[in-house]
Ligand binder design. Structure first.
Ligand code: SF4
Length: 234
């Protein structure tokens, strides 16, 4: 931090987040949520995908979801399926013995919560906190997954914080060192305009992938290098 120009050292965390957001907008542009594109994957399908996709490759996830859809064309059937049939269906995704009971439990919860309709349209209009609590209460859905579904599937103003985004936010100085993702979920959204959270999420994740690697980040051509505490403290 010794090499950081004095005015930048004095910035508070929110100022740093807003400056980083503007720098990323200038560098990557402003991605916008597309309702029509989002509607191509129904919310129920998204939730099923989230549970099946954990810790697997894109190709294996696709195979597992295709087998699941073929064996259970009506997702409601998952709720009462023999567990071993479910394990076998999603086997290509790995950890099927863990994921299958979660998936079945989630479908049972959803059927009960929607009076058997599996209609999740209420997530578009429910108070944000209640919608997140509902999703986080489902088997297999954690805080990150709930926010991913809300941001990408529903277009609501939430900020999913994955490991890459968290790493950038801490290094730049938007969050205290050692902050957890849970803490970041609380702190970061309040620092930015709610309408910009979609663009901020995508641009931060992209920067983590392009430049801000866990080891040997490429700071030399990073658009946040000017304001980043980490690079100036190296
Ligand atoms: S300057 Fe380096 S440490 Fe800072 S955000 Fe960019 S890549 Fe990450």
């Amino acid at each position: 931090m010794n090499n950081l120009p004095t005015p930048l050292q004095r910035w508070d965390r929110a100022s740093r987040a807003r400056a980083a957001h503007q720098a990323l907008l200038a560098h990557y542009g402003k991605p916008t949520w597309d309702a029509a594109e989002a509607a191509q994957e129904p919310l129920l399908d998204r939730l099923i995908r989230v549970v099946v996709a954990q810790n697997t490759s894109r190709a294996n996830r696709a195979r597992a979801l295709e087998r699941l859809q073929r064996r259970f064309p009506d997702p409601a059937l998952i709720a009462d399926a023999p567990l071993m049939a479910l394990v076998d269906a999603i086997h290509p995704a790995g950890l099927a013995n863990v994921k299958a009971p979660r998936l079945q439990a989630m479908m049972r919860q959803l059927l009960e919560a929607t009076d058997g309709t599996l209609d999740l349209e209420f997530l578009h209009t429910a108070p944000l906190i209640e919608a997140l609590e509902f999703l986080e209460g489902l088997a297999g859905i954690g805080p990150l997954s709930a926010r991913l579904v809300m941001l990408f599937g529903v277009g609501r103003p939430v900020l999913p914080v994955n490991t890459g985004l968290l790493r950038v936010a801490i290094r730049v100085g938007m969050l205290p060192p050692q902050s957890s993702a849970d803490r970041a979920h609380e702190l970061l959204p309040a620092m930015l305009p709610s309408d910009d959270l979609y663009a901020f999420h995508l641009n931060m994740v992209r920067l983590a992938r392009d430049n801000c690697h866990n080891s040997r980040p490429r700071c030399d051509n990073c658009p946040l290098a000017v304001i980043c505490l980490w690079v100036h403290s190296a």
